[in-house]
Design a protein around this ligand. Structure first.
Ligand SMILES: [Zn+2]
Length: 73
């Protein structure tokens, strides 16, 4: 096995509205995270219907992003 590039991790938090308006960005490369990215929604237990978690790999820098969606107030 050769040397492999280290892939980072990052946690984000925001609302669905922020996601829709381009308000969530990858902290590593500043790329805007969008609905069109292949994110996987992860249902959370006990967090209510509006709280959920999504994961995706940033298409630009490959950082693994975890996005916790919070209910808009
Ligand atoms: Zn990135």
């Amino acid at each position: 096995m050769g040397r492999k590039k280290k892939i980072g991790f990052a946690d984000l938090q925001g609302t669905h509205a922020e996601l829709s308006s381009g308000g969530l960005k990858c902290p590593e490369c500043n790329r805007v995270v969008s609905d069109a990215d292949q994110m996987k929604l992860v249902p959370t237990l006990g967090g209510g219907k509006e709280s959920s978690l999504a994961t995706l790999n940033c298409p630009r820098c490959r950082t693994m992003l975890s996005i916790r969606f919070i209910a808009a107030s």
